[in-house]
Design a protein around this ligand. Structure first.
Ligand SMILES: Nc1ncnc2c1ncn2[C@@H]1O[C@H](COP(=O)(O)OP(=O)(O)OP(=O)(O)O)[C@@H](O)[C@H]1O
Ligand SMILES: [Mg+2]
Length: 260
């Protein structure tokens, strides 16, 4: 890989629009996702964060706009070509979305079985290693319903990581977790980022986590990205909507308005 490829934006979103019927959800989103960094997207409930994330790996088609992944616009691609692009991604869905009728081991193995011709013994070995790297031992034979919420998140993360993706998407990974489990998941996101150099995109409602983890923070509001920058730049914004959103959480201190 050239230096040029390792630096800068891995995903460039340009003028992205998406409506459901009359409801305009995305109204011209422009956003760069930086390669190898932790990119966090915040915003109120129903603002379109999950919708935006699903566009990144081609799970939804926009009405208009571009999504360049490593410079390639994925919007016009058909399903066959999209499958190749999707191999670059791992996604941890908002509600863990494990298959309840499959064991934990079968859940984690699923992408390997779908996308590779890896022999069964090798698959089993990789699954056990992946689970162990996230602190999960002897859970392969259990069913998701037998695990706690925090453990289910980690199983979802193991499944997202099993194909060694270049880009990891996390949709509200700590929703419903207590403060200790939240910190564990945050630490995992940071360790995975550091150890693998993966590009991370995290949707978060938790301001304390956001400013602990983020290299870059962007806020989605009324269908657009209203402020985007490094965590430090972001906190210096004069945008009232953004300031109120962050301040009401009480989790982080913002510099006074107009401070440099
Ligand atoms: N497939 C769909 N069909 C119709 N409307 C949809 C669809 N998916 C999302 N929406 C609508 O788009 C809007 C944005 O939804 P989205 O799930 O992206 O919000 P969000 O920002 O992720 O919210 P939350 O923080 O609660 O998860 C909502 O009004 C939702 O009802
Ligand atoms: Mg959502």
């Amino acid at each position: 890989m050239s230096d040029e490829k390792r630096e800068g934006a891995q995903i460039q979103i340009r003028d992205l629009h998406k409506s459901f019927g009359e409801h305009k959800v995305l109204r011209g989103v422009d956003l760069d996702i930086e390669r190898g960094k932790i990119n966090i997207i915040i915003g109120g409930s129903g603002q379109g964060k999950s919708v935006l994330m699903k566009h990144l790996m081609g799970l939804l088609k926009p009405d208009r706009g571009q999504i360049l992944v490593d410079g390639e616009d994925i919007v016009p691609l058909d399903d066959y070509a999209l499958n190749r692009v999707r191999r670059k991604f791992g996604m941890l869905f908002q509600y863990a979305a494990l298959f309840d009728s499959l064991t934990v081991g079968e859940n984690v193995a699923y992408p390997l079985v779908e996308h590779t011709k890896m022999p069964k013994v090798e698959v089993e070995k990789r699954v056990i290693e992946q689970l162990a790297s996230l602190g999960l031992k002897n859970v392969e034979k259990k069913f998701p319903a037998e695990l706690s919420g925090g453990m289910r998140k980690r199983v979802g993360l193991a499944r997202a990581l099993i194909l060694k993706p270049e880009i990891l998407l996390y949709d509200e990974p700590t929703t419903g977790l207590d403060p200790v489990a939240t910190k564990n998941v945050d630490d995992m996101i940071r360790d995975i980022s550091k150890d693998t150099g993966v590009t991370s995109v995290v949707i978060s409602h938790d301001m304390a986590s956001t400013f602990r983890l983020a290299d870059r923070v962007s806020m989605l509001y009324e269908g657009k990205i209203v402020v985007s920058g490094t965590a430090k730049e972001f906190l210096r914004t004069d945008n009232e909507t953004v300031r109120n959103f962050v301040e009401v959480s009480g989790a982080v201190e913002m510099p006074a308005r107009g401070a440099q």
